[in-house]
Design a protein around this ligand. Structure first.
Ligand SMILES: C[S@@+](CC[C@H](N)C(=O)[O-])C[C@H]1O[C@@H](n2cnc3c(N)ncnc32)[C@H](O)[C@@H]1O
Length: 304
Protein backbone atom coordinates (compact mmCIF):
# COMPACT_ATOMS: atom_id res chain seq x y z
CA UNK A 1 0.00 0.00 0.00
CA UNK A 2 1.21 3.52 -0.84
CA UNK A 3 2.62 5.38 2.16
CA UNK A 4 0.10 7.87 3.50
CA UNK A 5 0.01 10.39 6.31
CA UNK A 6 -1.90 8.97 9.29
CA UNK A 7 -4.43 11.38 10.80
CA UNK A 8 -3.71 11.53 14.54
CA UNK A 9 -6.15 12.86 17.14
CA UNK A 10 -5.63 16.52 18.07
CA UNK A 11 -4.60 17.99 21.41
CA UNK A 12 -6.86 20.12 23.64
CA UNK A 13 -5.34 22.75 25.95
CA UNK A 14 -6.70 21.92 29.41
CA UNK A 15 -8.45 24.63 31.45
CA UNK A 16 -9.33 24.02 35.07
CA UNK A 17 -10.40 27.53 36.15
CA UNK A 18 -14.21 27.00 35.82
CA UNK A 19 -13.98 24.06 38.27
CA UNK A 20 -13.83 26.63 41.10
CA UNK A 21 -17.66 26.87 40.95
CA UNK A 22 -17.59 23.74 43.15
CA UNK A 23 -16.62 26.03 46.08
CA UNK A 24 -19.96 27.87 45.70
CA UNK A 25 -22.33 24.86 45.65
CA UNK A 26 -23.11 21.98 47.98
CA UNK A 27 -20.39 19.34 48.36
CA UNK A 28 -21.77 15.91 47.50
CA UNK A 29 -20.06 12.53 47.48
CA UNK A 30 -19.56 11.15 43.90
CA UNK A 31 -20.10 14.62 42.35
CA UNK A 32 -19.01 15.55 39.77
CA UNK A 33 -18.60 12.09 38.27
CA UNK A 34 -15.47 13.05 36.36
CA UNK A 35 -11.79 13.50 37.18
CA UNK A 36 -10.14 16.92 37.19
CA UNK A 37 -8.41 15.98 33.92
CA UNK A 38 -11.74 15.13 32.23
CA UNK A 39 -13.37 18.35 33.49
CA UNK A 40 -10.37 20.44 32.36
CA UNK A 41 -10.59 18.81 28.93
CA UNK A 42 -14.27 19.83 28.63
CA UNK A 43 -13.56 23.38 29.84
CA UNK A 44 -10.62 23.58 27.41
CA UNK A 45 -13.01 22.72 24.56
CA UNK A 46 -15.55 25.32 25.68
CA UNK A 47 -12.79 27.95 25.94
CA UNK A 48 -11.48 27.12 22.45
CA UNK A 49 -14.80 26.82 20.58
CA UNK A 50 -17.11 29.13 22.60
CA UNK A 51 -20.28 27.14 21.75
CA UNK A 52 -23.59 29.03 21.81
CA UNK A 53 -25.87 26.04 22.28
CA UNK A 54 -24.70 23.22 24.57
CA UNK A 55 -26.40 19.96 25.56
CA UNK A 56 -25.35 17.54 28.31
CA UNK A 57 -27.04 14.13 28.17
CA UNK A 58 -26.83 12.16 31.43
CA UNK A 59 -26.34 14.64 34.26
CA UNK A 60 -26.61 12.66 37.54
CA UNK A 61 -26.44 15.24 40.38
CA UNK A 62 -25.31 18.01 38.03
CA UNK A 63 -21.74 18.58 39.33
CA UNK A 64 -20.40 18.54 35.77
CA UNK A 65 -23.32 20.70 34.56
CA UNK A 66 -22.32 23.30 37.19
CA UNK A 67 -18.78 23.42 35.79
CA UNK A 68 -19.96 23.58 32.16
CA UNK A 69 -22.33 26.41 33.10
CA UNK A 70 -19.45 28.31 34.72
CA UNK A 71 -17.22 27.70 31.68
CA UNK A 72 -20.03 29.05 29.45
CA UNK A 73 -20.39 32.05 31.77
CA UNK A 74 -16.63 32.69 31.34
CA UNK A 75 -16.39 32.11 27.58
CA UNK A 76 -19.80 32.11 25.82
CA UNK A 77 -22.03 35.15 26.07
CA UNK A 78 -25.77 34.88 25.27
CA UNK A 79 -25.76 31.10 25.10
CA UNK A 80 -28.14 28.21 25.87
CA UNK A 81 -27.44 25.17 28.01
CA UNK A 82 -29.84 22.20 27.86
CA UNK A 83 -29.40 19.34 30.34
CA UNK A 84 -31.14 16.00 29.70
CA UNK A 85 -31.62 12.98 31.93
CA UNK A 86 -34.07 10.13 31.59
CA UNK A 87 -34.48 10.03 35.36
CA UNK A 88 -36.22 12.86 37.20
CA UNK A 89 -34.63 11.71 40.44
CA UNK A 90 -30.90 11.76 41.14
CA UNK A 91 -29.87 8.10 40.87
CA UNK A 92 -27.62 8.10 43.99
CA UNK A 93 -30.25 9.78 46.20
CA UNK A 94 -33.84 9.60 44.98
CA UNK A 95 -34.94 12.37 47.38
CA UNK A 96 -33.06 14.86 45.17
CA UNK A 97 -33.79 15.70 41.56
CA UNK A 98 -31.33 15.01 38.76
CA UNK A 99 -29.12 18.04 38.15
CA UNK A 100 -29.75 19.71 41.52
CA UNK A 101 -26.14 20.95 41.60
CA UNK A 102 -26.44 22.51 38.13
CA UNK A 103 -29.51 24.35 39.40
CA UNK A 104 -27.52 25.54 42.48
CA UNK A 105 -24.78 26.85 40.16
CA UNK A 106 -27.44 28.61 38.07
CA UNK A 107 -28.93 30.22 41.21
CA UNK A 108 -25.44 31.38 42.21
CA UNK A 109 -24.39 32.74 38.79
CA UNK A 110 -27.64 34.10 37.35
CA UNK A 111 -27.92 37.21 39.63
CA UNK A 112 -24.61 38.46 38.17
CA UNK A 113 -25.41 41.33 35.81
CA UNK A 114 -23.37 39.99 32.87
CA UNK A 115 -24.94 36.50 33.09
CA UNK A 116 -26.94 35.82 29.91
CA UNK A 117 -27.29 32.06 29.69
CA UNK A 118 -30.61 30.28 29.14
CA UNK A 119 -30.51 27.12 31.29
CA UNK A 120 -33.14 24.45 30.53
CA UNK A 121 -33.71 21.08 32.25
CA UNK A 122 -35.32 18.21 30.30
CA UNK A 123 -35.91 15.41 32.78
CA UNK A 124 -37.81 12.11 32.64
CA UNK A 125 -37.23 10.82 29.12
CA UNK A 126 -34.52 10.02 26.56
CA UNK A 127 -32.85 12.61 24.31
CA UNK A 128 -34.94 12.18 21.11
CA UNK A 129 -38.10 13.15 23.03
CA UNK A 130 -36.61 16.60 23.63
CA UNK A 131 -34.82 17.29 20.34
CA UNK A 132 -37.57 19.37 18.75
CA UNK A 133 -37.74 21.49 21.92
CA UNK A 134 -33.95 21.95 21.96
CA UNK A 135 -33.90 22.65 18.23
CA UNK A 136 -31.24 22.74 15.53
CA UNK A 137 -27.75 24.19 15.48
CA UNK A 138 -26.42 22.53 18.60
CA UNK A 139 -22.72 23.47 18.92
CA UNK A 140 -21.63 21.19 21.76
CA UNK A 141 -22.95 17.84 23.04
CA UNK A 142 -21.69 15.80 25.99
CA UNK A 143 -22.88 12.16 25.97
CA UNK A 144 -22.47 10.47 29.37
CA UNK A 145 -25.35 8.07 30.09
CA UNK A 146 -25.40 4.26 30.45
CA UNK A 147 -22.17 3.37 28.62
CA UNK A 148 -23.50 -0.08 27.68
CA UNK A 149 -24.77 -0.76 24.16
CA UNK A 150 -26.82 0.60 22.46
CA UNK A 151 -26.63 3.61 24.89
CA UNK A 152 -24.77 6.63 23.60
CA UNK A 153 -24.49 5.21 20.04
CA UNK A 154 -28.28 5.53 19.68
CA UNK A 155 -28.24 9.01 21.25
CA UNK A 156 -25.62 10.17 18.77
CA UNK A 157 -27.60 8.86 15.78
CA UNK A 158 -30.66 10.67 17.13
CA UNK A 159 -28.92 14.00 17.72
CA UNK A 160 -26.72 14.11 14.59
CA UNK A 161 -29.43 15.65 12.33
CA UNK A 162 -29.62 18.54 14.84
CA UNK A 163 -25.86 19.25 14.66
CA UNK A 164 -23.83 21.07 12.02
CA UNK A 165 -20.34 20.84 10.55
CA UNK A 166 -18.14 22.07 13.39
CA UNK A 167 -20.26 20.81 16.32
CA UNK A 168 -18.15 19.27 19.08
CA UNK A 169 -19.30 15.98 20.61
CA UNK A 170 -17.63 15.02 23.90
CA UNK A 171 -17.74 11.41 25.08
CA UNK A 172 -17.04 10.33 28.64
CA UNK A 173 -15.86 6.88 29.77
CA UNK A 174 -14.39 5.92 26.39
CA UNK A 175 -11.98 3.45 28.03
CA UNK A 176 -14.03 2.50 31.10
CA UNK A 177 -14.26 -1.18 30.05
CA UNK A 178 -10.46 -1.46 30.07
CA UNK A 179 -9.53 0.70 33.05
CA UNK A 180 -12.21 -0.42 35.55
CA UNK A 181 -12.61 -3.95 36.79
CA UNK A 182 -16.13 -5.37 36.27
CA UNK A 183 -17.06 -2.89 33.54
CA UNK A 184 -16.37 -5.06 30.51
CA UNK A 185 -19.69 -4.17 28.84
CA UNK A 186 -19.22 -0.40 29.25
CA UNK A 187 -18.11 0.13 25.68
CA UNK A 188 -20.76 2.42 24.12
CA UNK A 189 -18.87 5.72 24.05
CA UNK A 190 -15.66 3.94 22.97
CA UNK A 191 -17.52 2.13 20.17
CA UNK A 192 -18.97 5.45 19.00
CA UNK A 193 -15.64 7.29 19.15
CA UNK A 194 -13.87 4.57 17.20
CA UNK A 195 -16.55 4.12 14.53
CA UNK A 196 -17.52 7.72 13.73
CA UNK A 197 -15.71 9.56 10.92
CA UNK A 198 -14.84 13.03 12.25
CA UNK A 199 -11.96 15.19 13.44
CA UNK A 200 -10.88 13.56 16.69
CA UNK A 201 -9.51 14.96 19.96
CA UNK A 202 -7.79 12.52 22.31
CA UNK A 203 -4.53 12.53 24.22
CA UNK A 204 -2.71 9.44 22.94
CA UNK A 205 0.54 10.62 24.61
CA UNK A 206 -0.98 11.31 28.01
CA UNK A 207 0.81 10.22 31.21
CA UNK A 208 -2.37 8.33 32.11
CA UNK A 209 -2.35 4.89 30.50
CA UNK A 210 -5.60 5.53 28.59
CA UNK A 211 -7.47 8.81 29.14
CA UNK A 212 -11.19 8.28 29.67
CA UNK A 213 -12.46 11.33 27.78
CA UNK A 214 -12.47 12.07 24.06
CA UNK A 215 -14.18 14.41 21.63
CA UNK A 216 -14.76 14.81 17.93
CA UNK A 217 -15.72 17.63 15.62
CA UNK A 218 -18.49 16.87 13.09
CA UNK A 219 -17.29 17.20 9.50
CA UNK A 220 -18.96 16.73 6.08
CA UNK A 221 -17.78 13.12 6.24
CA UNK A 222 -19.60 12.37 9.48
CA UNK A 223 -23.00 11.99 7.80
CA UNK A 224 -21.44 10.61 4.59
CA UNK A 225 -19.89 7.67 6.48
CA UNK A 226 -22.62 7.30 9.13
CA UNK A 227 -23.10 3.70 7.98
CA UNK A 228 -20.00 2.92 10.11
CA UNK A 229 -21.91 3.97 13.24
CA UNK A 230 -25.04 2.01 12.27
CA UNK A 231 -22.72 -0.94 11.63
CA UNK A 232 -21.21 -0.52 15.11
CA UNK A 233 -24.72 -1.02 16.54
CA UNK A 234 -24.42 -4.65 15.37
CA UNK A 235 -22.14 -5.28 18.37
CA UNK A 236 -24.11 -7.25 20.94
CA UNK A 237 -26.49 -5.04 22.93
CA UNK A 238 -26.42 -5.27 26.71
CA UNK A 239 -29.96 -4.00 27.24
CA UNK A 240 -33.10 -3.21 25.33
CA UNK A 241 -34.50 0.33 25.73
CA UNK A 242 -38.19 0.36 26.77
CA UNK A 243 -40.85 0.44 24.04
CA UNK A 244 -41.53 4.12 24.72
CA UNK A 245 -37.82 4.92 24.43
CA UNK A 246 -37.36 2.85 21.25
CA UNK A 247 -40.39 4.57 19.70
CA UNK A 248 -38.68 7.94 20.29
CA UNK A 249 -35.37 6.78 18.74
CA UNK A 250 -37.15 5.05 15.84
CA UNK A 251 -39.16 8.16 14.96
CA UNK A 252 -36.10 10.38 14.60
CA UNK A 253 -34.01 7.74 12.80
CA UNK A 254 -36.88 6.99 10.41
CA UNK A 255 -37.30 10.70 9.72
CA UNK A 256 -33.66 11.50 8.92
CA UNK A 257 -31.78 8.44 7.64
CA UNK A 258 -33.79 7.19 4.63
CA UNK A 259 -32.89 3.64 3.59
CA UNK A 260 -30.61 3.12 6.60
CA UNK A 261 -33.75 2.91 8.75
CA UNK A 262 -34.57 -0.61 7.47
CA UNK A 263 -31.06 -1.78 8.32
CA UNK A 264 -31.35 -0.17 11.77
CA UNK A 265 -34.77 -1.80 12.33
CA UNK A 266 -33.24 -5.24 11.60
CA UNK A 267 -30.43 -4.58 14.10
CA UNK A 268 -33.03 -3.61 16.74
CA UNK A 269 -35.21 -6.69 16.06
CA UNK A 270 -32.26 -9.08 16.19
CA UNK A 271 -30.99 -7.65 19.46
CA UNK A 272 -34.51 -7.61 20.93
CA UNK A 273 -34.91 -11.32 20.07
CA UNK A 274 -31.48 -12.17 21.52
CA UNK A 275 -32.14 -10.25 24.73
CA UNK A 276 -35.62 -11.77 25.11
CA UNK A 277 -34.16 -15.26 24.60
CA UNK A 278 -31.52 -14.53 27.22
CA UNK A 279 -34.16 -13.44 29.71
CA UNK A 280 -36.21 -16.60 28.92
CA UNK A 281 -33.03 -18.67 29.45
CA UNK A 282 -32.39 -16.83 32.75
CA UNK A 283 -35.96 -17.58 33.87
CA UNK A 284 -35.59 -21.25 32.88
CA UNK A 285 -32.31 -21.50 34.82
CA UNK A 286 -33.93 -19.85 37.84
CA UNK A 287 -36.93 -22.23 37.75
CA UNK A 288 -34.49 -25.14 37.37
CA UNK A 289 -32.53 -23.98 40.44
CA UNK A 290 -35.74 -23.53 42.50
CA UNK A 291 -36.96 -27.04 41.57
CA UNK A 292 -33.55 -28.49 42.43
CA UNK A 293 -33.51 -26.70 45.82
CA UNK A 294 -37.05 -27.93 46.59
CA UNK A 295 -36.17 -31.50 45.64
CA UNK A 296 -33.02 -31.49 47.75
CA UNK A 297 -34.79 -29.99 50.81
CA UNK A 298 -37.57 -32.65 50.50
CA UNK A 299 -34.83 -35.29 50.32
CA UNK A 300 -33.20 -33.83 53.47
CA UNK A 301 -36.58 -33.78 55.35
CA UNK A 302 -37.27 -37.42 54.40
CA UNK A 303 -33.83 -38.53 55.56
CA UNK A 304 -33.87 -36.68 58.91
C1 LIG B 1 -22.69 8.60 34.57
S1 LIG B 1 -24.07 9.54 35.11
C2 LIG B 1 -23.80 11.12 34.44
C3 LIG B 1 -22.66 11.82 35.11
C4 LIG B 1 -22.54 13.30 34.80
N1 LIG B 1 -22.44 13.59 33.38
C5 LIG B 1 -21.30 13.82 35.49
O1 LIG B 1 -20.27 13.99 34.84
O2 LIG B 1 -21.36 14.05 36.71
C6 LIG B 1 -25.33 8.83 34.12
C7 LIG B 1 -26.66 9.53 34.14
O3 LIG B 1 -27.31 9.16 32.92
C8 LIG B 1 -28.68 8.97 33.15
N2 LIG B 1 -29.14 8.10 32.05
C9 LIG B 1 -29.03 6.75 31.93
N3 LIG B 1 -29.50 6.36 30.74
C10 LIG B 1 -29.90 7.46 30.08
C11 LIG B 1 -30.44 7.72 28.79
N4 LIG B 1 -30.65 6.73 27.92
N5 LIG B 1 -30.75 8.98 28.46
C12 LIG B 1 -30.54 9.99 29.34
N6 LIG B 1 -30.02 9.83 30.56
C13 LIG B 1 -29.70 8.58 30.93
C14 LIG B 1 -28.76 8.40 34.55
O4 LIG B 1 -30.04 8.65 35.12
C15 LIG B 1 -27.63 9.16 35.25
O5 LIG B 1 -28.13 10.34 35.84
Amino acid sequence: MKEQRVELPKHIELDKTPIDILDSIEKVEYEPEMSEYDLSFICGIIKKYRPQKCVEVGIAGGGTSAIILNAMYNYCENSEFHVVDKSKEYYHDRRKHSGFLGRQAYDFLSPKKDFKIKYVEHLGNVLPSYLDEIGNNIDFVLLDTVHILPGEVLDFLAVLPYLHVGTIVVLHDVTLNSISYGKKNDVATGVLFNSVVAEKYYEINSHDAMPNIAAFKVTEDTMKYIMNVFGALCQTWSYLPSKKELDAYNAVINKYYGKLYDYYAKICDTNAKNLNNISLRDKATLIGKLLLNRASSQYRIRNN
